[in-house]
Design a protein around this ligand. Structure first.
Ligand SMILES: [Zn+2]
Length: 102
């Protein structure tokens, strides 16, 4: 096994954590610009989406990117984002065949 020493300069006050491969579920945080307004509204509360600015979670102490969500407390509805608009609807091809025997 080789040991590689990497020096990283970090501003004061920034907490650096290095995970040793166990688990592997901790993905490195990638900062992204604020997402654009998705339009629309929460289908349950019928109120427009609320932009939550990027920050650090008080629960997990992990940074997160800005995201749109329902302003109602406890509502887990989110706008449909990050999907291509030209999704092919496969359900229209999965209907019953035209040549039904009756
Ligand atoms: Zn809602």
């Amino acid at each position: 096994m080789k040991t590689i020493i990497i020096s990283i300069q970090v501003p004061d006050g920034v907490n650096v954590q290095v995970s040793q491969g166990n688990g592997g579920t901790d993905r490195p945080f990638v900062s992204r610009p604020d997402p654009p307004d998705p339009g629309g509204y929460c289908p349950i509360h019928e109120v427009g989406w609320n932009l939550i600015p990027a920050g650090v979670s008080r629960k997990t102490n992990k940074p997160y990117n800005a995201f749109w969500t329902c302003p109602e407390m406890g509502c887990d509805q989110k706008p449909q984002m990050g999907r291509p608009s030209n999704v092919i609807d496969m359900t229209s091809h999965a209907g019953p065949p035209d040549d039904l025997p009756f």
